[in-house]
Write a protein that binds this ligand. Structure first.
Ligand code: GNR
Ligand code: NI
Length: 172
């Protein structure tokens, strides 16, 4: 098990389209477990492989409440195969866009088809926070951050702040 460093925007890997996983082998299953450990360590509810510098279509999610048992989901090649016509607004954040939050509108429920950590094909009907999180993670696999759903003014304000903070942390 390992806690992996999380990339912060703007970073070129976060803008790439991630490639599909050919098979859920030991390497992929290990990466899924390391991603979960990294996500829990960062107090996140989801994490996509590009956020740890791996441009492959792998996500992990756990939206369990504090007083409930952990409910990790690990997915390779997730695809949204159906989405509700009704939309929902949710205040989103992102471990790759630290300390910024904004309202994003998305379908309120979705059906996702994916390969689980054993390589089995599964389908999941998600609503509530799980639906938000799965859509946010699949966006990452397509090089899309939640700020890409905002106006270009809001997006560039956030990205410029992040860039400036990183320049001050690691001066050339
Ligand atoms: O931890 C996270 N919280 C969150 C809150 C609202 C909407 C989406 C998310 S996902 C985010 C972790 C993350 O950046 N995943 O890519
Ligand atoms: Ni994110």
């Amino acid at each position: 098990m390992a806690i992996l460093p999380i990339l912060v925007a703007p970073h070129p890997v976060l803008k790439q389209t991630a490639r599909p996983v050919a098979a859920v082998d030991r390497r992929v299953a290990t990466l899924m477990r390391d991603m979960l450990e990294t996500m829990y360590d960062a107090n996140g509810i989801g994490l996509a492989a590009p956020q740890v510098g791996v441009s492959e279509r792998i996500i992990v999610v756990d939206v369990h409440e504090k007083d409930e048992a952990p409910a990790p989901l690990m997915m390779a090649n997730p695809e949204i195969i159906a989405e509700s016509p009704d939309l929902k607004v949710y205040e989103e954040g992102c471990l790759s866009v630290p300390e910024h939050y904004a309202e994003v509108t998305r379908p309120s429920s979705v059906t996702v088809r994916y390969l689980d950590e054993t390589g089995a094909v599964r389908e999941l009907q998600a609503d509530g926070t799980l639906a938000v999180c799965v859509q946010h993670e699949i966006d990452h696999l397509n090089g899309v951050l939640f700020v890409d759903h905002l106006s270009s003014l809001k997006r560039s304000m956030i990205l410029r702040k992040l860039q400036k903070q990183q320049r001050q942390k690691a001066p050339a």
